[in-house]
Design a protein around this ligand. Structure first.
Ligand code: NAP
Length: 285
């Protein structure tokens, strides 16, 4: 039977640490501030933004929300980003993705000051991650690393297989594992022999976006299985990319969905906001 990695509890520890960091900064007269921009009325995006705002409140981080209508123009959005780049009480800027069609998210991300880019999606931050000298890490892969570290799971020399190559999860995930000396294989929709490759993984990270995609026959005995997926099953219930019931008996460690990687993403966003506040205050670590 696998040990369940309790992302909810580990995220709570990170958030407590963030709260203490906020108090320390407050004593120096610094209040970390996060601006969240949401365009349109996508219900999933609305839920994510509400959760982020609530988490900021609980941690003592000042937050501002900019809810713009779906017909917002690229120019209006860029002007808002520019305004927030200049705003001294805002340390971090987050644009909730995806943006409604017609808006160019790459241009919007490029407009965010790299020092306020708490999602770490700006090309400058992506480049820094590639080199290994980064200020921010993208929240979800950083959350996965935190889970692995918390459980003292050894990464160096292990074969890690990441299914998914998105800029938000798969690619940075692979890079972070590589920085910690794993041998990394990235799989995607064109990968041949996916099952055989996954079966070689000591650590298998699934970031596919397909319910119950990873089945027991894709998993090596005693593998560590990290499920990034957030999907709905046939009954409309939240589930991951891993068929938990099938895979759990084979794995040594496994993350549940919900309660695994998900809570870590917000916790890491708060952590990045603290880093940004220190950076704006000239207190780089
Ligand atoms: P994405 O941009 O849609 O990327 C999905 C990746 O899966 C792509 O690289 C795709 O390959 C690959 N893929 C699709 N079908 C495949 C198949 N049959 N075999 C192998 N690979 C396949 O998704 P994402 O943004 O990375 O997110 C992935 C999942 O994580 C989603 O469920 C999302 O909701 C979840 N997520 C969770 C959190 C969290 O906080 N827990 C945060 C972000 C995302 P191609 O590149 O070849 O198309």
């Amino acid at each position: 039977m696998a040990k369940l990695i309790d992302g909810k509890a580990i995220a709570a520890e990170v958030r407590e640490q963030v709260k203490r960091d906020v108090e320390r900064l407050e004593r120096k007269g610094i209040t970390p501030g996060l601006a969240v921009i949401i365009v349109g009325d996508d219900p999933a995006s609305r839920t994510y933004v509400n959760n982020k705002k609530k988490a900021c409140e609980q941690a003592g981080i000042y937050s501002e929300e900019y809810a713009l209508p779906a017909n917002t123009t690229q120019d209006e959005l860029l002007k808002l980003v520019e305004k927030l780049n200049q705003k001294s009480d805002i340390d971090g800027i987050l644009v909730q993705l995806p943006l409604p069609s017609g808006l160019d998210e790459h241009e919007v991300i490029r407009a965010i000051h790299p020092g306020k880019d708490v999602d770490a999606f700006h090309a400058e931050n992506v480049g820094k991650i590639m080199i290994g000298k980064f200020q921010f890490l993208p929240c979800t892969p950083a959350g996965v690393m935190e889970l692995l570290h918390h459980e003292n799971i050894s990464i160096s020399g292990k074969h890690c297989v990441v299914i998914g190559r998105s800029n938000i999860v798969g690619k940075p995930m692979a890079m972070l594992l590589l920085h910690e000396h794993a041998t990394v294989t990235i799989c995607h929709s064109r990968t041949e022999n996916l099952k055989e490759i996954c079966k070689q993984a000591d650590i298998l990270v699934a970031a596919v976006g397909k319910a119950k995609f990873v089945t027991a026959d894709m998993v090596k005995e005693n593998a560590v299985v990290i499920d990034v997926g957030m999907n709905r099953d046939e009954d409309g219930k939240l589930c991951g990319d891993v068929d938990f019931k099938q895979v759990e008996p084979k794995a040594s460690y496994i993350t549940p969905v919900p309660g695994g990687v998900g809570p870590m993403t917000i916790a890491m966003l708060l952590k990045n906001t603290i880093t940004a506040a220190k950076y704006q205050a000239g207190m780089e670590e």
